[in-house]
Design a protein around this ligand. Structure first.
Ligand code: ZN
Length: 684
């Protein structure tokens, strides 16, 4: 690993932060924390921490010694000075006198000594930083160090590699106990440059930011060099099916299995989002004959268990031609996992005081031979974090096995971290949005009603995929909304299939589809060219069928019900003159919606439509509005609000109706009018 220290960059940071009053030492602390956090082989997602011992002025203007230490909730890769809150150092150091200190009391005393009462909670490893004398202290969970220490003979290997330059610390759960043990070990080895925390990570010390940082790089490099000499061949593979199934065929099945419905109502099951990963290294790992053994020995570093659970599920290799067999095999694996997880909780909970609340027995990482890793989380962001941790796990276990034998912390130690009182305290406090954990697809999503609808679903917490024919426009809209862009010609069967495969690969399935894409054709029906009529049917009817058909296939594989929403039109209910080419396929689409409601109601799939009218969009351009208002001899405003409520209806109004229909659990086969009131178009 190379040092990325740059004098010029360091001075730029000092200057930039200095402009807002941040002292030099803290600016450099931010600079090297970012260097460490930007390297995924050192830390991931909030892992690791750093500190600097300096002084700060209190309210009386007096200089007090403080520890600026990473606050929880901050990521080292993009930390800013407020992410390193200042804690009075002397009171922290006095805590050494205590024999024990609970995590709750530790958090309390740390908070009580913050200079800024609004600052985030200082790291749970704060006292460790406080109890060693060095000005700069850096801590990471470097992959190479983990591969070296996650071994039965880790202490011997580290003693050989580090030759007294680093002190070895046996595994102890982070908190007061670890901080105190580190202090004692350090007192006996005051010349060391840092600490190797067996089965946990590495600390380095320095008198300045550069020294602590470069010692981290040097000692991680030492571990990498030792691993490079370890060439034991690992993971002999199994024979895989010739017709291995694709990730997008596997993901919806796993997503359904990971959403148990205790009351039996599958449509109300609490679901997860799925993130898929594969690479040659992942494949070597999941395809190994003994994957169930080496993948199930525990976490590579303790804090992963909160997001990945102590073990993954290993599913069977899927045949594309027999997904039912895969589903049965995977279901049995999930059931075994749940039983084992409950037994693990029952074995370990009696030691815990107070007794803990059992977490759900659903895996967060699923290994599928021949395919890759499927990670699960309550949002796409969470699933991605779990997937990153799983990829790191693959890397560390692979290298540990090349060196010797991967060994994790004990089951009891893993339990203590997963069921940490500070984590348990967070349970049940989080308010989820109405469509959290749901995946919505919106066609014609780059503009107008589609775009407004996509934004509304996103606001309600759903993961959203935007489909649109215009590749550039859909990318731009998706970026602004925070959605997944998918270029798709909804009139082309192959394009629709590819789009759904992309959505399912990205999120694991589909719960809600808003089939919105459409365009208007006109012509007097007795004279219109048949070609125009057929073109309109392609987009305004057959495309809806293609989208609904592709969605239903995914929804049935998940077995979680689903929602099909169609953008109908006033024309479907109240045809206007010369608008046959538009109105006829829209009427057919209204019937299509009802047919889906009839044919799939028993599987919990609902189908509904919105009848919107006179919305300012690409279909109804400003030019058309001008022409029509002129023809009717009213103002444009008068034309647009020419309805019972006398108000212009917006794309946002239509979007809200789609959201409400997605949530209306007892409504199917319905048409909701969003037209400000047009009695001629009322459903009769
Ligand atoms: Zn740590």
């Amino acid at each position: 690993m190379k040092s990325l220290w740059s004098d010029a960059d360091a001075e730029t940071a000092v200057k930039r932060y200095g402009e807002t009053g941040v002292p030099r030492e803290l600016a450099l602390r931010v600079y090297t924390t970012r260097l460490l956090g930007g390297e995924p082989r050192l830390v991931l997602h909030g892992g690791g921490n750093t500190s600097v011992k300096t002084t700060a002025r209190d309210m009386l203007g007096e200089e007090v010694p403080v520890l600026c230490v990473k606050g929880s909730g901050w990521d080292m890769g993009n930390i800013e000075p407020p992410g390193l809150p200042a804690v009075r150092l002397e009171p922290l150091k006095k805590l050494l006198k205590l024999d024990t200190l609970s995590d709750e009391d530790m958090v309390n005393v740390q908070r009580c000594n913050l200079l800024d009462s609004a600052a985030p909670n200082p790291s749970v490893e704060t006292l460790l930083h406080a109890f060693v004398p060095h000005k700069f202290v850096d801590h990471t969970h470097a992959d190479a160090v983990l591969a070296l220490t996650d071994q039965p003979n880790g202490p011997e290997i580290c003693a050989e590699v580090y030759d007294g330059r680093m002190a070895l610390v046996p595994y102890i759960m982070p908190g007061f106990g670890l901080a105190k043990a580190v202090h004692e070990i350090y007192a006996q080895n005051p010349k060391v440059e840092g600490l190797i925390l067996l089965k946990h990570g590495i600390f380095t010390f320095g008198e300045d930011a550069r020294e602590a940082y470069e010692r981290m790089i040097a000692h991680v490099t030492r571990a990498e060099e030792r691993l490079a000499r370890a060439q034991r061949s690992v993971f002999p593979g199994v024979r895989l099916p010739n017709d291995i199934a694709a990730a997008h065929a596997v993901a919806p099945i796993l997503r359904g299995l990971a959403a148990p419905a205790p009351g039996g109502d599958r449509t109300a099951a609490k679901r997860l989002i799925v993130e898929f990963r594969t690479s040659p290294e992942i494949r070597a790992f999941v395809d190994g004959a003994d994957v169930a053994d080496y993948s199930s020995r525990g976490p590579v570093t303790p804090d992963h268990v909160i997001r990945t659970k102590p073990k993954p599920v290993v599913a069977p290799a899927p045949h594309a031609s027999d997904l039912d067999a895969f589903k049965q095999g995977a279901q049995a694996a999930f059931e075994r996992f749940a039983k084992d997880y409950e037994a693990y909780f029952a074995r370990n909970n009696p030691r815990a005081a107070p007794p803990r609340t059992q977490l759900d027995p659903i895996p967060r990482v699923v290994l599928v031979p021949g395919v890759g890793i499927f990670a699960l989380g309550k949002s796409s962001k969470d699933a991605k974090i779990a997937a990153d941790l799983a990829e790191t796990t693959v890397n560390v276990i692979t290298r540990a096995e090349q060196l010797g034998r991967f060994e994790s912390i004990s089951e009891a130690d893993a339990f203590d971290v997963e069921y940490w009182s500070l984590e348990q305290a967070k349970l049940g406090k989080e308010q989820e949005k109405r469509l959290a954990r749901h995946i919505a697809v919106v066609t014609g999503g780059a503009s107008g009603i589609g775009r407004a609808t996509a934004a509304a679903f996103k606001r309600e917490g759903a993961e959203v995929a935007l489909l649109d024919r215009d590749g550039e426009a859909v990318k731009k809209a998706a970026r602004e909304i925070g959605a997944l862009p998918v270029q798709c010609d909804v009139t082309d069967t192959a394009s629709v299939r590819a789009a759904f495969d992309a959505v399912v690969t990205a999120f694991g399935g589909v719960d809600i589809v808003v089939s919105n894409a459409g365009a208007a054709w006109s012509g007097r029906i007795g004279e219109v060219d048949e070609k125009i009529l057929r073109e309109s049917f392609e987009l305004n009817f057959f495309a809806h069928q293609k989208i609904a058909q592709a969605a239903v296939a995914v929804m049935r594989a998940q077995n979680l019900g689903g929602v099909l929403l169609f953008n109908a039109s006033k024309q479907a209910l109240n045809p206007g003159p010369d608008f046959g080419p538009y109105g006829l396929p829209k009427s057919a689409t209204l019937s299509l919606m009802r047919q889906y409601a009839i044919d799939y109601g028993a599987e919990g799939i609902r189908a509904n439509a919105v009848n919107a009218d006179r919305i300012r969009t690409g279909l109804l351009t400003d030019l058309m509005i001008a022409e029509r208002s002129k023809a009717r001899n009213v103002s444009e405003k008068g034309y647009m609000s020419g309805n019972l409520l006398q108000r212009e209806v917006t794309a946002g109004d239509v979007a809200d109706a789609f959201v409400e229909l997605a949530l209306a659990r007892a409504t199917t086969g319905a048409i909701v009018t969003v037209d400000g009131g047009n009695i001629a178009a009322a459903v009769r």
